[in-house]
Design a protein around this ligand. Structure first.
Ligand SMILES: Cc1ncc(COP(=O)(O)O)c(C=O)c1O
Length: 388
């Protein structure tokens, strides 16, 4: 194990050298089925020919140009992303946390233009919004609110799917309600559609921005461009990142209506955000996503996972949640035990929350790769059940 990295991750000791589709190859030659996609990032899998070609071509043309200027590729990216997402304007950045920082700044400037002190953001318990001081404060998990204080003031937390609690929390000083349509890190827990639609109504009546964090659930992951579409709401503002450029770092804040025009020159910025390299990569992802039948395939493959897991009737499995290819398997043992045991069967999976094994395979995973990974997961769970 290399000791030059800060101790921020419980690393596995695996060192990877290359990948193809949903398969990752370690330096010792062992191949693993990848049900993690770099935590929902490699939407087109590894070594995707069109993505590699676009990145190589763009690298030769211009990797980076400052955000004082536009490039043809960044213009095309902005036009395509706003058209596909149905938003008016976009701010590009580099990561999910940075997208949420931008979203929070827009919400606060919007709120304070309406009424002094209208700057509180209500978020949900169990949420995850990032690792910066402000996004970690937005995150509704006490265990993450230690060591790094003082934290940013102006956040309040409510239980998900409790409309009465939200109604009470959305007071006159609230500028935005920020939520993940499916809590990812918190355990792959979708919000109830009826709750979310009622929340949207409350926000619109009180001039509070409905703000979605689709960093993990967005960009086709659930079988639609946004998970919110499947829950029947259209937020005023949405953050995306992870899968947007298939592995090249990029994030985006998408806004419509009045909040699209809140920022003025000097209010906000970023050096790298949406640079030509990221834009070229993202354009390939957007083109693939909007090709005929793509979302139907994501949904079909997601259903296949659910059907398989349910058919096993493994005693360790409590339930299976999520949408499309964002799935969480509730287990009665520490989910980390499943992650470790699956590696022995050449399968990579993730945890989420206290009791969930999370599956985020590349959106382009083939049926053969899916079958191989599911077979490995079945053996893993069978063995773990047998040992208990
Ligand atoms: C819903 C959500 N928001 C924000 C983030 C933070 O994204 P990043 O790690 O790119 O800063 C994540 C990361 O897991 C996430 O799942």
């Amino acid at each position: 194990m290399n000791d030059k990295f800060m101790n921020t991750y419980k690393r596995t000791g695996l060192v990877f050298e290359s990948g193809c589709g949903a398969t990752l190859k370690a330096t010792d030659g062992t191949e693993y089925v990848d049900f993690t996609a770099g935590i929902g990032v490699n939407s087109l899998g590894h070594g995707h020919a069109k993505l590699v070609a676009a990145i190589s071509k763009q690298a030769a043309a211009a990797i980076h140009v400052s955000n004082y200027f536009l490039t043809e590729v960044s213009i095309a990216f902005a036009e395509e992303l706003t058209a596909i997402s149905g938003y008016d304007k976009v701010f590009f950045c580099n990561s999910g946390a940075e997208a949420n920082e931008g979203l929070i700044k827009i919400a606060r400037k919007y709120g304070s233009s309406k009424k002094e002190g209208k700057n509180v953001i209500v978020t949900l318990k169990g949420s995850f919004h990032g690792r910066t001081i402000t996004t970690v404060t937005a995150t509704g998990q006490d265990k993450l609110h230690q060591f790094f204080g003082p934290f940013t003031p102006g956040f309040a937390y409510v239980e998900p799917n409790d409309i009465k609690a939200l109604d009470a929390a959305l007071g006159p000083n609230v500028c935005a309600f920020l939520f993940e349509p499916i809590q990812g890190e918190g355990g792959v827990r979708p919000l109830d559609a009826v709750y979310l639609q009622a929340a949207a109504k409350l926000c619109s009546e009180r001039d509070i921005l409905l703000a979605a964090d689709e960093v993990q659930s967005g960009v086709g992951r659930t079988g639609a461009f946004f998970a919110c579409e499947q829950l029947g709401v259209k937020p005023d503002i949405t953050s995306v990142a992870k899968g947007l450029a298939g592995g090249v770092p990029v994030g985006a804040v998408l806004a419509r209506g009045p909040c699209a025009d809140v920022l003025a020159p000097g209010d906000h910025g970023t050096t790298f955000g949406g640079n030509p390299l990221a834009a070229a990569a993202a354009r390939v992802v957007l083109a693939e996503l909007t090709s005929p039948g793509f979302y139907a395939e994501v949904k079909r493959k997601g259903r296949k996972i659910v059907d398989a897991v349910e058919s096993w009737k493994n005693p360790l499995v409590k339930d299976i949640r999520g949408m499309g290819l964002m799935r969480g398997i509730g287990v009665t043992i520490p989910p980390g035990d499943v992650v470790v045991a699956a590696r022995a069967h050449k399968l990579l999976v993730l945890t989420a929350g206290e009791d969930t094994v999370r599956l985020l395979p590349p959106l382009v995973i083939t049926d053969a790769e899916l079958d191989k990974g599911l077979a490995a997961l079945k053996i893993t769970l069978d063995e773990l059940a047998f040992k208990r």
